[in-house]
Design a protein around this ligand. Structure first.
Ligand SMILES: Nc1ncnc2c1ncn2[C@@H]1O[C@H](COP(=O)(O)OP(=O)(O)OP(=O)(O)O)[C@@H](O)[C@H]1O
Ligand SMILES: [Mg+2]
Length: 367
């Protein structure tokens, strides 16, 4: 996919902006707090329906304004794709895809595809499981809207079940109603688990090759799906596994007013040889792992959708040592890339196609 244009209106610190990225590397350069990340965030929002920094839409609306608007236009083999999102202070979203309003936010997925790499991603290996689940979830959602919907159903059911657990303790609410939520968690959970399993296998193949190449064959990376509830052969079997796990943990769930079993406790194991990189990886090693995982994301989206996603690098160059930086730059060829930086020297060798200066939410092109 080729990202042609981005329009922002009252988004974060921008009152108005229009950007036409080039085919290769477009750089957004400027001092801190000028609005560089905000641009990438807006593109990411059009890719995934979510900001990578907040789940509160209100933060995205320019202070003092009622509505924020972003539009991303991309060209794929089958023509132009356009995603528009308007957010207002009341928490209402209006989304249009190719000019037509859509009812569900999942419908924007798969039109503008992107991979965002930020300094937080470099910590993905050492952070808690939630960060790694999010990595899987965001990737799978872009590839398969059905996954996104399953996740939505799962999270809703989980919230309801937890509320009911609390209610059972306080008000003696009927424990039987829990069955209803157990069933929904089993149904959507089994879909999630099977997709995650297949994805991690794919990721393992891909990331292993990249990691080996980055480390010149010195390290063998292994990615392992670590589900909280072991799946069966089929989704039907897995649904049964989840149900029995929920039933056996019901008593302790009631005591803690929280659901102790299920896909929301999954993790993704990251190993270098036999060593668990999450626990024992050195800073350099975990960065290389993160880089391999991110680069795999591009490859998997490219293979599955037939087109490379737009790659967004938010300040990562400055966090990588020269060798890893070189490895990353080497792989940018043929991938449309948006990069932010404060210092152009961080991008030495990257072949900058377009350089935009960002100053107090105003963009100007530099020669
Ligand atoms: N809702 C909002 N309304 C107005 N301004 C906002 C809003 N949200 C964030 N900002 C402003 O946007 C700026 C931050 O933008 P951004 O995160 O893009 O900075 P940056 O250029 O990436 O900086 P850094 O180099 O530090 O990462 C800050 O000045 C912040 O006050
Ligand atoms: Mg930034």
């Amino acid at each position: 996919m080729r990202l042609k244009a981005i329009t922002l209106r009252d988004y974060r610190n921008y009152s108005e902006a229009y950007i036409e990225p080039c085919e290769g590397v477009t750089v957004f350069m400027g001092d801190n707090a000028q609005g560089k990340t905000n641009i990438l965030e807006a593109v990411y929002l059009c890719c995934t329906g979510r900001s990578h920094r907040t789940s509160r839409d209100r933060e995205l609306i320019r202070m003092g304004q009622d509505t924020a608007y972003v539009k991303a236009t991309g060209v794929r083999a089958d023509g132009t794709h356009e995603v528009e999102i308007a957010l207002n202070q009341a928490g209402k979203r209006r989304i249009k895809v190719n000019g037509s309003p859509v009812g569900r936010s999942g419908e924007l997925l798969g039109h503008i595809t992107g991979v965002l790499f930020s300094p937080e991603d470099l910590r993905m290996v050492k952070d808690g499981p939630a960060v790694r689940r999010r990595f899987i979830d965001m990737e799978l959602s872009q590839l398969r809207p059905a996954y996104y919907y399953a996740l939505q159903r799962y999270n809703r059911a989980l919230k309801q079940r937890n509320a009911l657990l609390k209610d059972c303790a306080l008000n003696d609410a009927s424990v039987e109603t829990l069955d209803l939520w157990d069933s929904e968690l089993a149904l959507s959970g089994s879909e999630i688990i099977h997709s995650r399993k297949a994805f991690c296998e794919r990721l393992n193949e891909c990331a292993r090759k990249i990691h080996s190449s980055i480390t010149n064959g010195a390290e063998t990376l292994e990615i392992k799906y670590e589900p909280n509830v072991a799946p069966g052969e089929s989704t039907t079997e897995t649904a049964e596994c989840i149900k029995s796990a929920l039933i056996s943990s019901r008593e302790s769930d009631l005591r803690r007013a929280a659901t102790g079993k299920g896909a929301h406790h999954d993790d993704m194991g990251i190993y270098i040889g036999d060593m668990d990189a999450r626990l024992y990886g050195s800073q350099g090693q975990v960065r290389t792992c993160a880089l391999s995982l991110k680069l795999s994301e591009i490859e998997i989206i490219s293979a599955e959708s037939g087109e490379a996603p737009v790659l967004m690098l938010d300040d990562v160059m400055s966090e990588l040592d020269p060798e890893r930086r070189r490895q990353l730059i080497k792989r940018l060829e043929g991938v449309q890339t948006l990069v932010t930086c404060t210092d152009k020297n961080d991008l030495a060798g990257a072949g900058i196609g377009k350089l935009m200066k960002v100053e107090k939410a105003t963009l100007s092109e530099e020669a």
